[in-house]
Design a protein around this ligand. Structure first.
Ligand SMILES: Cc1cc2nc3c(=O)[nH]c(=O)nc-3n(C[C@H](O)[C@H](O)[C@H](O)COP(=O)(O)OP(=O)(O)OC[C@H]3O[C@@H](n4cnc5c(N)ncnc54)[C@H](O)[C@@H]3O)c2cc1C
Length: 299
């Protein structure tokens, strides 16, 4: 299933596994099940910390569970074959279930771990969907961190009957405990804000504890990012309140009229904007929606 180049790259990445993991497959007699079996065999052959077993214990076929051997609660399930845009999600799931630390702040990880409740997420994706990996990766990570969260990422192309039954019109579409939870690109912090009823009050407390800003920019799109960077580089104490950095650019496949540059992928432009913001302006709240602002004379 994987070509020699991909195998070599994946083998290198799998050296980051800290703990043994197992791939538990549920397969049918169809061609896609045979493809998935071949993919899982390929992965297992690349690391002595990965084993594969056919369990046929899940109704969705083909599907597989990635599970930590030492703790069965640490697991991520894919229904379908996560190649295409979801290959990165597969690699990250393998590594994180295997104990490799995620690149997320300790504060966010604590917030995920502290979520009180049982959350079973299902995400419908397609292999050509550019907005799907963010949500798949965020929910996979949450299910690795908190044993009361589970996540199944489902390739809608392979499970058409479900897509029709659940009236799914676009991907990604997310269900929580069987109910529609949302659609479209969402970041980990946005999911948390929807789940954690105390998140808004906690964020407000943190903001209130900060000194007043000379300039507060509302919104993290290109205009907000440019304004914040420009103000901060002039030494002005600058804050930025943003639900997500990038604004509409995150939903853009390619920007062709960026002067002096060839075509750029939308999300990559947004990520580059985030770097100078992080170093110069103070992002007072990543997931904040500003409802009102007021000037303060206190310094
Ligand atoms: C599919 C698509 C393709 C595009 N292609 C191109 C292209 O090729 N070339 C081009 O030049 N332009 C393109 N555009 C347009 C370009 O993306 C926008 O012009 C640009 O993003 C506008 O930047 P902005 O910062 O003014 O606003 P936005 O990008 O809309 O950002 C504003 C941000 O502020 C946030 N916000 C709003 N209210 C609040 C609040 N109260 N509190 C906190 N946050 C808030 C919003 O959530 C949003 O994230 C495209 C747009 C789309 C949707």
């Amino acid at each position: 299933m994987l070509d020699a180049n991909m195998k070599q790259q994946l083998q290198g990445l799998l050296t980051n596994l800290r703990e043994p993991i197992e791939l538990l497959s549920s397969l049918g007699d169809d061609a896609k099940s045979a493809e998935l079996a071949a993919l899982l065999d390929d992965i297992a052959a690349l690391s002595d910390k990965v084993s594969v077993t056919r369990t046929d214990d899940d109704a969705r076929r083909p599907s597989f569970l990635i599970r930590r051997v030492s703790d069965a609660n640490v697991a991520v399930r894919f229904a379908g074959i996560p190649l295409g845009h979801e290959f990165t999600s597969l690699v990250l799931a393998l590594l994180q279930v295997g104990g490799h630390p995620p690149k997320v702040s300790a504060e966010v990880l604590e917030q995920v771990a502290a979520l009180d409740g049982d959350f079973h997420f299902e995400t419908y994706f397609s292999l050509s969907c550019q907005n799907c990996p963010d949500i798949v990766q965020a929910l996979n990570l949450m299910s690795v961190v908190n044993p009361r969260i589970t996540h199944t990422a489902i390739d809608g192309g392979l499970f058409q009957a479900e897509v029709e039954e659940r009236k799914i019109m676009a991907v990604p579409t997310i269900f929580l405990n069987g109910q529609n939870f949302g659609q479209g690109r969402m970041e980990l912090e946005q999911i948390l804000a929807k789940l954690d009823s105390g998140a808004e009050a906690k964020a407000a407390e943190k903001i209130a504890a900060k000194d007043a800003f000379d300039v507060l920019v509302v919104g993290g799109g290109p205009a907000g990012a440019a304004a914040a960077i420009y103000a901060a580089r002039k030494g002005i104490r600058t804050g930025i309140a943003a639900e997500r950095f990038g604004g509409q650019v995150l939903d853009t496949m390619a920007i062709e009229n960026f002067t002096s540059r060839p075509v750029r992928a939308g999300a990559s432009s947004a990520c580059r904007a985030r770097m100078p913001i992080a170093t110069r302006a103070s992002p007072i709240a990543r997931t904040a929606t500003a409802r009102s602002t007021r000037a303060s004379a206190s310094r």
